[in-house]
Write a protein that binds this ligand. Sequence first.
Ligand code: TYM
Length: 348
Amino acid sequence: MTQFTKRVFSGIKPSGKIHLGNYLGAIQKFVKLQEDKSFENIYCVVDMHAITVKQDPKILRKRTLELTATYLASGVDPEQSIIFNQSRVAQHAELGWIFNCIARVGWMNRMTQFKDKAGKNSENVSLGLLAYPSLMAADILLYNATHVPVGDDQKQHLELCRDIAQKFNNDYADEIKQHGFGDQFFCLTEPLINFGNKPVRVMSLRDGSKKMSSSAESDMTRINMNDDSEMLAKKLKKAKTDQDALPSEMAGLEGRPEARNLISIFAALDDTDSQSVLNQFGGQQFREFKAALIDLAVAEISPIGDEINRLMKEEAYIDQVLKDGADRARALAEPLVQDVKKIIGFMV
Ligand code: TYM
């Protein structure tokens, strides 16, 4: 078996408000992984993914800065991790195209996220939206990233990434050997979805059956990372609950999606598990629990929001972080794409 460097890659689209789902499902994992010195970490602002649906250019630029500020404010450190915006490293597009020629249309058509986003309009969405998972595979395999921390909505895309890697390794097995790369050119990436106590899916504050999302129309459904403490309190006070007291055991959360969601948010923010939260609040009414949740959310999220707002006044600094990161990413990506080109028979 080919040995690959332990490397982490993940990305977030700068296409909407950055919310608690992104933070708990992804960004907190980035910060934790950064502490493990056996990994190289690469965190991307995937602006090329954002334009698969129409973006206002001025807003896209602002959101790119804001997402980078959120990485930095949350503790992703440009000294320890590579932070960059995707479009600055042209090799993402190059490998993305090559993967468009490896992946099958049927694979793309089966993606549930594509089906949800396209809805009845599938003839009219951009071709990029259909090909999106192929670009996502290129993002990851451009660095032969062995681990990808994401929320569980990305699971299917990561399975497809493995399928693309596998098909490339099979289709070009002879050339891969001839060029001295052994038995595998691309690694089969591991998704990091279940990660400590972090929830794999943070749900809407208004409907426990829907995931928290930047595309939900009402802002009351989500906690944005730069909501001020008043707004945090307002949203959590209004968060949907039910009539019953909180249970003492996890089994008591069965069929109570809103209660389960708030408990798991509390646990993630407090860096503990849901059962410990129930040990503390079991038998109490939501009013008491919510008051504690508001205090915790304000203590954990407001400082990040304040730092995002401060950093947003330092645009030149944020841009420099992205530029430096892009230079470091390109230095890794360029030789890999050269190797891919040789394998597939391009003149280089
Ligand atoms: P995106 O931008 O939709 O979401 C970014 C990350 O946040 C996670 N997430 C959530 N986690 C828990 N609960 C939620 N409610 C929630 N909402 C979002 C997502 O799982 C994701 O980890 N296709 C990706 C971006 C991407 C990417 C990549 C990710 C492009 N290339 C390469 C990893 C590796 C996306 O649209 O994520």
